[in-house]
Design a protein around this ligand. Structure first.
Ligand code: ADP
Length: 193
């Protein structure tokens, strides 16, 4: 299995690039943001519990997302590998993921970290907020809260994987195709043919 984390702040393009990467490399896309939004859409107890936290731009509790990922791994036993998008977002989540993967005899091969300047992030998220249904893209205070959560809790995830020499930084500004090509170069250096 080839397991990849697409890492970066909110608005860095993880969703867009994930779609292209899963289709090129045949990976299973696991986005905790998408999984949580589907729970909200069908109003499950879990969805109702996390709705207001997400709308405020705060992280939902580690136990919830770790359990969601645990089930998703169990439900997809025969894949070539996983692309994790928006997970792990805390050091505790990263440690839990490493453990779950090692129980399955596999590991994270690579963390691709998209780098985008803060002013560009805010611009992209506000522009998405004008057309999407996402409650957390509508105003600048919520966007600032999400970026603050990222700085405070999520940036450390890159440090965790740096210790194992697994992180590759990729310029996340430019055309979608140019960024995609840089990500593919990073993968092709690591991935067995
Ligand atoms: P973005 O990266 O643009 O913020 P996501 O769809 O990845 O969008 O996440 C949206 C929201 O979902 C986050 O602000 C947070 O509230 C919640 N969320 C998603 N993934 C996680 C996670 N791994 N841990 C905690 N909260 C999460």
């Amino acid at each position: 299995m080839f397991n990849l984390i697409l890492f970066g702040p909110p608005g860095s393009g993880k969703g867009t690039q994930s779609e292209k990467l899963i289709s090129k490399y045949g990976l299973k896309h696991l986005s905790t943001g998408d999984l949580l939004r589907s729970e909200i859409a069908v109003q499950t107890p879990l969805g109702l519990a996390v709705k207001s936290l997400m709308a405020e731009g705060k992280l939902v509790p580690d136990e919830i997302v770790i359990e969601m990922i645990n089930s998703a791994l169990d439900n997809n036993p025969h894949v070539n590998g996983f692309l994790f998008d928006g997970f792990p977002r805390t050091t505790a989540q990263a440690e839990a993921l490493d453990k779950l993967l090692s129980q399955k005899g596999t590991e994270i091969a690579l963390v691709l970290a998209l780098q985008v300047r803060q002013q560009e992030l805010v611009k992209r998220l506000l522009s998405r907020g004008r057309t999407s249904e996402r409650a957390d893209d509508v105003n600048e205070d919520i966007i600032a809260a999400r970026i603050a959560e990222y700085e405070k809790k999520t940036a450390a995830v890159a440090e965790h994987y740096k210790e194992f020499g697994k992180v590759k930084y990729v310029q996340g500004e430019g055309s979608i195709d140019d960024i995609f090509n840089l990500l593919c170069e990073g993968i092709d250096e690591k991935k067995p043919a």
